[in-house]
Design a protein around this ligand. Sequence first.
Ligand code: TUI
Length: 313
Amino acid sequence: MKLLNEILGTKYPIIQGGMANIATGEFAAACSNAGALGLIGSGGMDADSLRENIRRCRALTDKPFGVNIMLMHPQADEFAKIVVEEGVKIVTTGAGNPGKYMAAWKAADITVIPVVAAAILAKHLEPLGIDAVIAEGTESGGHVGEMTTMALVPQVVDAVHVPVIAAGGIADGRGLAAALALGACGVQVGTCLLASTECPIHENYKAALLKARDSDTIVTGRISGTPVRVLKNRMSREYVRQEKAGADKMALERFTLGSLRKAVFDGDTESGSLMAGQAAGLLHEVRPVEEIFALMVNDAKNCIGGLHKEITL
Ligand code: TUI
């Protein structure tokens, strides 16, 4: 099987998730320079800032990088044109169906890798010419689906012929080894990169991640229709309480408006939305991204070798 690094031209079979308001051009370039595929997250940007971030990233790395297009974004149509105009070579999509952009992106020779949360969307997009697919389980931070990574990845692998990348709950070498065992060609990680030196989030956000244990995340919006996994705090507990009590969608929206920015930029860990996946409990220190990726790959190799030597079924 071809590994993700061979498909993308990177050193490691790892993609840095395109986290909204976090994955700037500088951060993506740092991840690309460290051997993964860096992604610029368009989620918190407008058209001009997306363009600037692409140009800054290109100036900072000669390695492959890409852009994640958050399809729920009101300017997604514009972003879809900007990646073509700016000559971006790799595009991932999230939070929706990218079908209407596929023809234009394929005509521009872009490698297109949608994120799916269920096998059906992967199957639907395959004939449109996707190059690979990211199967993201509900362990992830941010906008999530229902399926777990463990159940989703092998079902997507069976549903399509294109390479499958696993995401959700993966934060170390054991996770990478497990993803390969499920039939994935590599992984996308986000949460473990929040605890990196280069990650431009507020230090309070990093401190909250280091303190988090396995069950310290909660999904807001499961009932109202936009499920988002965040760290438990006053805001997210209250959101879910009101949601269960039947609060209307608009009232809840007002409650969270701008809350990710509050967490990322102001370090407001009580009323901010600290998006994070269930792997947050695995984070114990802030390290350079280069170290995180190198250790993950080295530990995965040892994990696979150890399984081979020690386990007789
Ligand atoms: O997109 C993500 N994660 C995100 S986006 C984001 S920004 C945001 N901010 C506030 C509220 C909501 C979002 C934060 N985190 N991950 C990729 C992902 N895609 N997860 C789940 C999906 C998904 C879900 C349903 C992809 C496709 C889909 O299908 C829709 C369809 O039309 O079939």
